[in-house]
Design a protein around this ligand. Structure first.
Ligand SMILES: [Zn+2]
Ligand SMILES: [Zn+2]
Length: 266
């Protein structure tokens, strides 16, 4: 039995004898099945020609996969009670990567913004004996159920050490961001998208398929973040960082988005 991974989105599936028939995450309107069809890979084959890349990312440590795989997921390690909270997750768990994370104190928990980053969450959780915190509104997208998965519901969840999970919705119903009060940072996945113009951020229902969100959903994201102050915004991929004025940038970007939907282009 193997826990196959989808090559396109990086989701890992429950153990099976042969590759799954389909990937619901890719068949969803927010993702896509490649023109040449759905393809799968075993964790062993992935580890044979990929490795975890661990390096500084702003004030945190980033964990990615090299060379790039699936949607290029990158996780962040956030100080949390002497250990690290893994924010978002990657498809690969290899020995050098696991040892580096263990040397940094191991994982207290894994918290994930939305289903495109569920990836290899169960592998990492089992390795470090920690829970995976997912918003209950996205439970249908869990392709590899496991006792380590702990669903939370409602709008916020305090994790201690100034860390708060905030449900913003938008891209996914349970779309979540992490506020780090001590660092003055928002870890946003692609719920709030860091874009090339660092004076603004973006919001979408589907990024690859260019499906926008309704204005009310974008206003709701800005309102959910209104009580939280932050200078920095860490996006979903390497080097996607807004370095200053984050709160104001999110606010004015949401306003610009809603104006654009009404026909008022910048
Ligand atoms: Zn997929
Ligand atoms: Zn996404």
């Amino acid at each position: 039995m193997t826990c196959f991974l989808c090559r396109t989105c990086g989701a890992q599936f429950a153990p099976s004898d042969r590759p799954p028939e389909r990937c619901p995450v890719c068949e969803d309107a927010r993702q896509y099945v490649p023109e040449d069809g759905q393809r799968w890979i075993t964790p062993e084959a992935l580890a044979a020609d990929h490795r975890t890349e661990i390096r500084a990312e702003g004030d945190y440590t980033g964990v990615g996969v090299e060379p790039g795989f699936a949607i290029g997921q990158r996780a962040l390690l956030v100080p949390h009670g002497g250990r690290r909270l893994m924010w978002d997750c990657i498809p690969l768990l290899d020995e050098p990567g696991a040892e580096a994370v263990a040397a940094a104190g191991g994982l207290s928990a894994i918290a994930i913004s939305h289903p495109h980053y569920y990836a290899g969450m169960v592998e990492w959780a089992r390795r470090f004996g920690c829970p995976v915190l997912l918003h209950a509104d996205d439970a249908e997208w869990i392709m590899r159920p496991d006792p380590a998965v702990e669903l939370w519901d409602g709008e916020t969840r305090e994790l201690g050490d100034g860390l708060t999970l905030i449900r913003c919705g938008g891209h996914f119903a349970g779309g979540t961001v992490l506020h780090d009060a001590g660092a003055g940072a928002l870890l946003s996945g692609d719920i709030v998208q860091v874009i090339p113009d660092r004076g603004h951020v973006g919001f979408m229902y589907s990024y690859p398929n260019l499906i926008p969100l309704p204005g009310a959903a974008v206003t709701a994201i800005a309102e959910a973040l209104e009580p939280y102050a932050f200078e920095t915004v860490y996006g979903a991929w390497w080097d996607r960082i807004v370095r200053r004025d984050g709160s104001a940038i999110v606010r004015r970007s949401a306003e610009r988005y809603v104006r654009a939907l009404r026909g008022q282009l910048p």
